[in-house]
Design a protein around this ligand. Sequence first.
Ligand code: MTE
Length: 292
Amino acid sequence: MKTPRWSDVTPEALYLNRRQIMAGAAALSLAPQLARAEALTPNTYEEITGYNNYYEFGTGKEDPAANASMLTTSPWTVKVDGMVDKPGDYDLGELLTGLTVEERIYRFRCVEAWSMVIPWQGVTLASLLNKIGVQSGAKYVAFETLVRPEEMPGQKMGILEWPYREGLRLDEAMHPLTLLATGIYGKPMPNQNGAPIRLVVPWKYGFKGVKAIVRISLTDQMPQTTWNMMAANEYGFYANVNPTVDHPRWSQASERLIGAGLLAGRQDTLMFNGYGDEVASLYAGMDLAVNY
Ligand code: MTE
């Protein structure tokens, strides 16, 4: 199987060009259907890599860009364990061999009510799960971030319980939109965004997108997740983007698009972050105010 190389994906200049064209179109208030395309005009590389949440490197938005370069991301080993046919400690390259790197431009919505549009490269989590062989009876996938306090200074502080942990229900993990991302704008994943590999689940709040993954476990128990452990009444396991279910301390009805400018104002939050056609059926019959 041919794996696309970085040079096969759209060069950054092309995205930027399209971004300028779309911004121009919006300014001239062209046809309303352009509004949707405009909403998917990617943020700049500088915005995506300069405004981050990554508490292993500090709690400020600029701390990850300032501190994450010290993290060694090669070699990188990922432990695969639990209810899988092929458990083991895999070198990352070996784990990804044979999987197709795809480009996905996704809306990204942080639970703090800011958003971006990010052009990711990565493999579907489904393709990786199929490679390692999920055993019958497995119901969830759990993920862990690296623990290495000497390179991750935030881990010397008790801000969160380390390792950072996340999890998905197996059907969410197998959904074709769910990505293990390895790059942005055709460049290898920047350290501050979760190098060398991080999770991207576009219909969920950004905290589900665990960075610097070193462990993937298949289990029949709903895994513990970092923010839920920290404040269960504020951060649920599901964390689906939902304009009608507010965070206890702020509204989720609208969001601030990073880079839109001071005069742009807030934009409406979209149900499932705009991916409802693809994912709403996963939650049929569930009360999303209870399962937040
Ligand atoms: N993963 C780890 N290991 N540590 C973190 O602090 N923050 C999460 C998520 N993944 C976080 C993490 C949160 S709150 C968000 S919004 C996204 O990463 C931010 O991703 P970005 O910096 O690439 O925009």
